[in-house]
Design a binder for this molecule. Structure first.
Ligand code: HEC
Length: 142
């Protein structure tokens, strides 16, 4: 007899859990709220009120920063300046963390093959050699 009662309660309890789960999915307490918009404001983004004008404000205008890094002196530098500044400044080179020799090789070929840099293979080799001589973890000077 006892066993029967508890198994009945078990079925009833399961039914309650299922009902509770579906009620939870419908209302999502804490995530949604329900209500009625006042007519006319539906979908409107409200802008904050304008700040009151103040006297004595100060502003400063400076020059647009046009800093371009100096590349390390050495053989191949002119080749880099001639080919690599077509699309972007050579700061793109100096702002990288020191890259391995292989990565510089891949980077220059990425510029040629993916970005469309018109550089022939002989010039590319000189550029890669320059980058490897100055911008790897072993060769980069602070
Ligand atoms: C045809 C145009 C072009 C030329 C020439 C060019 N690049 Fe780039 N380069 C790009 C573009 C486009 C990006 C990506 C820019 C961005 O993501 O903001 C880039 C990005 C880079 C980056 C950042 C890392 C990366 O892979 O995005 C490095 C380093 C770089 N170039 C080095 C070089 C070097 C060295 C040369 C000369 C061999 C060169 N670039 C020549 C177009 C060019």
């Amino acid at each position: 007899m006892n066993i029967r009662i508890s198994s009945c309660l078990g079925v009833a309890g399961l039914a309650l859990v299922v009902a509770g789960a579906s009620a939870h999915a419908q209302t999502r307490p804490g995530l949604e709220s329900a209500g009625v918009y006042a007519g006319g404001t539906l979908g409107m983004a409200q802008q904050p009120a304008r700040g009151a004008a103040q006297s004595g404000s100060v502003f400063r205008v400076g020059q647009w920063p046009t800093y371009t890094a100096e590349l390390a002196p050495g053989k191949g530098r002119d080749m880099v300046l001639a080919h690599c500044m077509m699309c972007h400044s050579v700061t793109y080179i100096t702002m990288q963390p020191p890259l391995s020799a292989a990565t510089w090789g891949a980077e220059v070929h990425k510029m040629m093959n993916t970005m469309g840099a018109p550089i022939n293979e002989a010039d590319a080799q000189e550029i890669v050699a320059y980058l490897q001589a100055h911008y790897t973890p072993e060769t980069r000077k602070p």
